[in-house]
Each structure stands twice: as C-alpha cells, then as structure tokens.
Design a protein around this ligand. Sequence first.
Ligand code: NAP
Length: 340
Amino acid sequence: MTDTPTLPAVSREWHLASRPVGWPKPEDFAFVEAEVPQPGEGQVLVRNKYLSVDPYMRGRMSDAKSYVAPFELGKVMQGGAVGEVVASNAEGLSVGDHVLHFFGWREYAVVGAKNAVKVDPDAAPLSTYLGVLGMTGLTAYAGLLRTAAFKEGDTVFVSGAAGAVGGQVGQIARLKGASRVIGSAGSDEKVKLLTEEYGFDAAFNYKDGPVAEQLRAAAPDGIDVYFDNVGGDHLEAAIGSLNEGGRIAVCGMISVYNNTEPAPGPKNLARLIATRGRIEGFVVTDHYDLQSQFVKEVAPWVASGELRYRETVVEGIENNLEAFLGVLRGANTGKMIVKL
Ligand SMILES: NC(=O)c1ccc[n+]([C@@H]2O[C@H](COP(=O)([O-])OP(=O)(O)OC[C@H]3O[C@@H](n4cnc5c(N)ncnc54)[C@H](OP(=O)(O)O)[C@@H]3O)[C@@H](O)[C@H]2O)c1
C-alpha cells in the first residue's frame, strides 16, 4: 500500500437523522465526526475536494419506492464527489491521482477501484466533472437529444433554465440549430444571464405572472420541445403551447419535491391527442452509453467558450447541508458545488 503520512484521524460527514416531511429541516440531519477509514484490498482512500449537491437527493431522503434506494437513517449520505487519492491499495490508482466517485457528504472516503473514475485535473477544472462535463451535463445531452429527439429547426422551451441541467439544454439546442430557445427561471438576474450570456432567444421570470401567458408571449408560434425540470404549471403551460409532433422530456419536477400531498396533474393532457404529442420521462443512468459521445461533442464547446457554464461554489463541509437546501430554494446559478 502507498500512503502519505499526514492523514488526520478524523473525517467529518453528514448523516440522515430522520426522513424529512415537507421542506427538510436542520434537525433531519447530523454533522458527525468519524474515524478516517483504511482502504482494504482493491480500494483507495480519497480526500474529497469537491462535493455535488443535487435535487434528486431530496428523493433519496424519503423511503418512497424510486429508481434509486433511499439513504439509510443514521448513516452517511451519498453523492457525486471528486477527490485526490491519499492512500492506495488498488492496482492502477496511485497517491496523487484524482477520481470521480459517489461517496460525497464526507471529507474522506474509501472507494473501491471499480467505483472510481480517474479524471485529469489538467484537462478541465476538477469541479466540472460534477457539472458541465459530468452527470448534469449528460442529463441535458441525453434528455434533449435522445428523449426529446431534438432536431434542427425545433423551438425549444426549458424550465429551470439557469440551473445546471437547464442552462446546458438551452445552449446545446442553440449550438445544434434550434430555431428558437426559450427559458424560464426564478429571478430577473437569471433571466438576464440566459439572454445575454447563454444566447437564449427569449426568457422570462416565472414569478412575474402566469407561466402559460409568459410562454405564449415568448413563443407565439408554439414549441416543438419542452425539457421539464419543474413540473406543475410549467408542464401545463408547455402542453398548452405544444405544436403538432411536439415532444416533452420529463427530467425533473422540482416544484413538487417537498409537497406533502400529491400535486394535481396538468388539466390539458387531452391536447396531446390533436398534437400527436409525446411525453416521456428519463433517468440519466440509462444513458451512460452516450457518455463518450457527450464528452467528445461538448468538451470542445466548453473549452472554446461557445457553451458557457456557471457554478455556485459554497466553501466547507460544514456548509454541505445549507448548499443542498440552497438548490431547492434557487440560491444557485448553474451547478451548486461544495468545495472542501
Ligand atoms: N432525470 C434525471 O436523470 C435527472 C438528472 C439530474 C437532474 N434531474 C432533475 O433536473 C432538474 C434540474 O436539476 P439540476 O441539478 O440542474 O438543478 P438546478 O436546476 O441547478 O437547481 C435547481 C433549481 O430549480 C429551481 N427551482 C426550485 N424550486 C422551483 C419551483 N418551485 N419552480 C420552479 N423552479 C424551481 C431553482 O431555480 P430558480 O431560481 O429558477 O427557481 C433552482 O436553482 C431537477 O428537477 C432534477 O431533479 C434529473
């Protein structure tokens, strides 16, 4: 085993203490100290440098049946993370290597070599492997191109457009020849970012008035694709503006994640008949086969600045929970990242 002699004895980590009902409260979580673990055969010890906080984590805090198992009560939570190998007991991974893995919400993690993906800190900033070149980037790429079957000339509407996934959806659509790209977001500053930096043709603040009216004004000729990050009135508005042959990719429904009662469905689903519209949900983990194509196509756009991205970086493991809650409240622009 190769290791560095200066490892601390204690690692701080976040546990789920109870399952939140409605909006998560600080008492649903515990910030605890644990012994720094030793890597076994085929494992490495990683000092995490960047942690991801994502809306889907709210789902894992509940024990409702879903596509991914719930977080266990009294145990450290999980999430995307990038860190540096500080001790190795695994062939092919050495001290000093950087890896992407799934053991976030903690300072130090023991990771099996087969669960660690080596990343190059010189090829791109480490945090981007969690965002624009990582899981949220692939979500945007797969959801737009495969699930929504985007084609050149489409008019595309995306909600949550100043967030990690949404900002990339709109820009990929623009770069691939959309005739019009429209986004919605929750502040005037975010709306300005969409039109002035990300190159959206139109954008609106969904808090300014009914989404259906604002969408009709922004897309007078209707929309061909809706990429849904929000659900609720956004989804109903999109169905109301859908053109014949329109496609709706349901990526997320953040407006309902903290509901304690089921949200009512869209009142206008019957429009899907006349429009021959299609609505389809997707999960990014079903689309890992697109990973290399995604990086090959998107990384050069990021490097050249043709595709812009933002990150909201919160410093310190002690602020991991606050960063997560911030995502649910809209405190982030682009990918929310915790830097250790
Ligand atoms: N299907 C998949 O495989 C997959 C993978 C990744 C993510 N997702 C989903 O994709 C969506 C975006 O994820 P992300 O990681 O890119 O997060 P994000 O968009 O960076 O952050 C979430 C954003 O949602 C907005 N929001 C919060 N409450 C809202 C509400 N009631 N109505 C409208 N907007 C609201 C906030 O922005 P505003 O200031 O604009 O309100 C917030 O910044 C989420 O629904 C997530 O669950 C799905």
